[in-house]
Design a protein around this ligand. Structure first.
Ligand code: E4P
Length: 219
């Protein structure tokens, strides 16, 4: 299972990268805006900065919503670095663009996926990744993890090679649930990644080990 960080914040990407377990990064226009990255040129420079930190895939999202615009933007993004994956919304124009990029060997992440039907079209179009949004479904009382499991089941039944990238992860338990559901990738905020390390027995056990060591080695 691959582990991506879901942020455009360079410090957080560096911190996760230092753990040695990071396989990639996902961004979206909201995450870029949060870092106050303005204008096309600044966005491109920021994606290049991210690619210099991680060795894995970096999803960069198109802003255009029409096929021609997505193709133009996506080609520019893909040319920035071999690790860039063009992130495209799961609309009719988006599926056309995924098909186009797939034929050209440019990798894509089909995003804003909320149903198994959307995931089916993304896979048939040849998307490298499909991104079901777990937290946003949970927010409206649907079951985001169940959608991940459903997509994994359908893809395995038909042998689709598109990787299921569980997105919109809100907390540590989502990560574990998506692993259980068979997701190929989970993209998470830094606090959810760090949350995986937290256990009171680890803290109390370490405290006891250090206290015992100090007692015997003092004086
Ligand atoms: C990543 O690919 C998605 O854009 C992101 O996970 C969305 O997360 P959110 O629902 O927390 O905004």
């Amino acid at each position: 299972m691959k582990f991506f960080i879901d942020t455009a914040n360079l410090e957080q990407i560096r911190e996760a990268h230092k753990l040695g377990v990071l396989d990639g990064v996902t961004t979206n226009p909201s995450l870029m805006a949060k870092e106050n990255i303005r204008g096309e040129e600044a966005c491109r420079r920021h994606y290049i900065d991210i690619c210099r930190i991680v060795e894995g895939d970096v999803s960069a999202e198109v802003i255009a919503t029409d096929f021609e615009g997505m193709v133009r933007e996506g080609e520019e993004l893909a040319a920035l670095d071999p690790h860039i994956v063009v992130k495209i919304p799961c609309t009719a124009e988006g599926i056309r663009a995924v098909t186009y990029f797939s034929a050209k060997g440019i990798r894509t992440n089909c995003t804003l996926v909320f149903s198994v039907g959307q995931a089916l079209l993304a896979a048939k179009a040849g998307a490298t990744y499909v991104s079901p949004f777990v937290g946003r479904l949970d927010d409206i009382s649907e079951d985001g993890v169940a959608l991940v499991a459903h997509i994994v089941r359908v893809y395995r039944t038909y042998g689709f090679r598109t990787q299921v990238l569980a997105a919109s992860i809100r907390h540590t338990h989502h990560i574990i649930q998506c692993m259980d559901a068979g997701a190929d990738v989970v993209t998470c905020p830094l606090n959810a990644i760090m949350g995986l390390l937290k256990h009171p027995l680890t803290d109390s056990g370490l405290k006891q080990f250090l206290a015992d060591h100090a007692r015997v080695n003092q004086g």
